[in-house]
Design a protein around this ligand. Structure first.
Ligand code: NAP
Length: 257
């Protein structure tokens, strides 16, 4: 990399944009020169470090535009930038590269759950999945991603979609299961704190053991009597169908049906 910093403009003031901005500001060799958001209030925290704008006519030439915008806004918004000769990337797991209506296209997908009010995340362990149409743009993205994270991979849009879906199972659905556990406990005047060590150990276990081997519980054991007692307990609760369906799948998967 030569001495001239790579100029980046970031678009968005939401969960991803806030975390990304904080981490881009720490990098040497890169200059976060502008942050755009339609409402300045959410990016005001950066006003002493970066130029913040809410009007696209104020955009300066840059090497890279990162659109950390809501999924359904990315494509229409990208149309507004079609005259810029700059690499324009989005940060979404589900929007194909070719959907961008820009001259140069790319994807810069950090695979983690971001909430803007959560304290700082360790970006160095967050996988970053990149994609670009041409080699030169891919190199730019690869260099940037490697400055932020130790885990950078080039994937195509279908692979990114698969990863996004895997994330829905591994995080969103699992969290929804926590909610079911919390509700069941609350109905019996028990605290959700009781399951926290179990949650931690289950998440820790799959760091070293394939999930198929880590599975425990009555369905994996084929313990039908216990399953029936649980279903009886749940028969008037909203979790009944979920328990029954998942149990069926586990019983089949572990050869008990
Ligand atoms: N959150 C995650 O965990 C996560 C993880 C990886 C990737 N991603 C992806 O990263 C992208 C951003 O996600 P996020 O969670 O940061 O979203 P978010 O917190 O909901 O922020 C959305 C951003 O889009 C802007 N926006 C919404 N409607 C707009 C419109 N009509 N015109 C212009 N701007 C508009 C919002 O502006 P205002 O502030 O003005 O409303 C805000 O800056 C998405 O593609 C998402 O799939 C998210």
């Amino acid at each position: 990399m030569d001495d001239k910093p790579v100029n980046i403009s970031l678009f968005g003031g939401g969960n991803v944009a806030i975390h990304l901005a904080k981490n881009l500001l720490k990098l040497s060799g890169y200059r976060l020169q502008q942050i755009y958001n339609r409402h300045l209030s959410s990016i005001k925290i950066f006003e002493n470090q970066v130029e913040i704008i809410d009007d696209l006519s104020q955009l300066k030439p840059a090497d890279l535009f990162i659109l950390a915008l809501k999924d359904n806004v990315i494509v229409p918004f990208s149309k507004k930038l079609k005259n810029f000769d700059v690499l324009i990337v989005h940060t979404s797991g589900s929007i194909p590269l070719q959907a961008l209506q820009t001259r140069r296209k790319g994807v810069f997908y950090p695979f983690q759950t971001f909430s803007k009010n959560k304290p700082d995340l360790d970006f160095s362990v967050i996988p970053i999945l990149i994609e670009a149409e041409n080699k030169q743009d891919l190199v730019l993205l690869e260099n940037l991603a490697k400055s932020l994270s130790k885990n950078v991979q080039t994937v195509n849009s279908d692979q990114r979609k698969a990863l996004h879906i895997a994330g829905v199972f591994a995080a969103n659905f699992v969290n929804f299961m926590y909610r079911q556990a919390a509700d069941i406990l609350q109905d019996s005047n028990l605290s959700f704190d009781l399951v926290k060590p179990l949650i931690e150990e289950t998440a820790r276990k799959v760091q070293n053991l394939p999930p198929a081997q880590a599975q425990t519980g009555p369905a994996a054991r084929g313990d039908i009597k216990t399953v029936e007692k649980h279903l009886e307990f749940l028969k008037n609760k909203p979790q009944f169908i979920l328990y029954q369906y998942l149990t069926e799948m586990i019983l089949k998967d572990y050869g008990h049906k």
